[in-house]
Design a protein around this ligand. Sequence first.
Ligand SMILES: Cc1cc2nc3c(=O)[nH]c(=O)nc-3n(C[C@H](O)[C@H](O)[C@H](O)COP(=O)(O)OP(=O)(O)OC[C@H]3O[C@@H](n4cnc5c(N)ncnc54)[C@H](O)[C@@H]3O)c2cc1C
Ligand code: SF4
Length: 566
Amino acid sequence: MRPDYEVIVVGAGPAGCAAANYLARRGVDVALLEKAQVPGQRNVTGGVLYTDYLPGYSFEDAFPGFREEAPLERRIVSHEVVVLSEPRREDGKVSYTAGVISEDSFLSRLGVSGFSEGGREAYSVLRAKLDRWMAAKVLESGGAVVTYTSVSDLYMEDGRVRGVVTGSETVTCNLVIDASGVTSKLVERAGLRGPLTPEQTYHGVKHVFKLSPEKIEERLNLKQGEGRAIFYLGSVMKGVSGGGFLYTNKDTLSIGIVVSLDSFLEQSFEQVGEVAKPLDILEEIERHPAVAPLLEGAELAEYSAHNIPKGYKTMLKRPYTHGFLATGDSLGAFVKIGGLIDGMRRAVATGIMAAETYLRAAEKGDFSAGALSRYEELLGPIYRDVRRSGLNSLLTEGKIAYRLAPKLLTAIAGKRFEANPPQSAGTDSGDSIKKIQNLTGLLDYDEDKEYSHIKVDLEKASSQALKLWVPACPVNCYTLVLEKGVYASFRDLYLYNLRQLTSRGLDEGRARREALAETLRDIARARLNFDHVACVACGTCGVIGPSDIVLFDHERDGHGVRYRYG
Ligand SMILES: Cc1cc2nc3c(=O)[nH]c(=O)nc-3n(C[C@H](O)[C@H](O)[C@H](O)COP(=O)(O)OP(=O)(O)OC[C@H]3O[C@@H](n4cnc5c(N)ncnc54)[C@H](O)[C@@H]3O)c2cc1C
Ligand code: SF4
């Protein structure tokens, strides 16, 4: 029987739009299915987009005319790493340091910063605009773009993938190209890998601030239309493996962090009084005197969170099965080398490679695993990049890089700032709750009050000694409920306990020790509460799992957050 489409592509991010446009331009009957109402509404990137890549597999190859027509924000003319210290208190004064590793520095020439990987051309982008543009190109090329459609499963016949299941129907095809990103369930259903773990995942949170183009150019020393990419490292990260970024857009600044999820979880527990939520690390960067003047007077427009797969730990060894290919983040084709966060151009390259694999298989009408195995050969250069990023991670993601080296650098070459003591975050028990309520208040949701796409076994979850979903959830869907209050971070609970003990007259050292012990007991005995309404579908709680306690699945068609910047 004739299938409904020749190819179904799931997910209208860079990988999916590239695959669908490449096929549609060659006359293939292709449907691009996207869970958001408008492509891009569900997506977040840093984001600097590097246009150069393997000849034949770049943005320009997927979307001819890309440089002239795509909604690119600013051309990035300089990259630098800025090493930021935490505040140091001495003689009642607070000081900070910051040191810069520029593109032409010795360390960059050694390849440590990763800048040499970027190629000749880079642009800042915002995904709400970029993905909408790419999906419109698919339509122009004759492809079908079906939004408001969440794919819930693969449709199988005789052990072969023959299509997809959406909320309302089964749609058949010769080939499914999975481009549904880091939260892909389809690669699991296809039997290509199990659920991601915290060790395999980076977690990112981001703010977008509105600022006039003139102010952006004046503060960052740029000519009209030019942009800068700054990466932040150092003790400002509070021992969490990862870094920050600040990218200039036309009239906004994107500032965020990307951290190893396992490292964040470890620190949220080991440094209960210091590390509350990833957002707190981002705010620490924003308060640093080397950064704060850039944001002065800027209006916060968006808060977002999203995960990324660690390519070197997750890229599928076998990226295909009968009737199915995985691309982009669902394949694990993500690379981070030094400061360079670099997934979009590889997502596009894998989308084109999947499309080429289909064209070759269609010549013989054979969509079996054997016929699709050519895809693995095409992916050769990406496997090499991912392996290199694994080697680089030994240098740049280890404890030496994140703790010792930045301390040395700022001590030797840092510029010293004296400043007023920063507002101490987390000084009242409702702090994370209030702070994040203000941020989610900036977001627009198509709420689904009746159906939760995340299943939480609250009895089992409440009986766990360590409820790591609480610090990890960027929007407080998980809270600890105790007779002393409701807490959205371990630190808020610790600070409450500390205040109680101090008010009883205990000396500081003893109060801290006892507050820590009481906090750990409280976390273990607290009841867990879960409310999905503010969920931004980052997938983090599902990664923490385990699946018999927290099971993440996709929102129903079109529901969920609608980012305006992304
Ligand atoms: C904070 C942060 C900073 C980053 N910075 C950079 C950077 O500066 N430069 C860079 O190159 N990369 C960066 N990345 C990585 C980059 O964004 C990703 O590697 C890239 O977006 C992957 O593209 P993709 O098309 O594979 O997946 P995605 O962009 O995630 O697209 C997946 C699409 O599938 C849709 N979808 C998901 N599930 C379903 C379903 N079941 N049914 C239907 N549709 C579905 C989603 O809504 C989405 O549209 C960053 C990522 C983050 C989180
Ligand atoms: S509930 Fe889970 S998926 Fe939703 S925002 Fe929180 S951590 Fe992310």
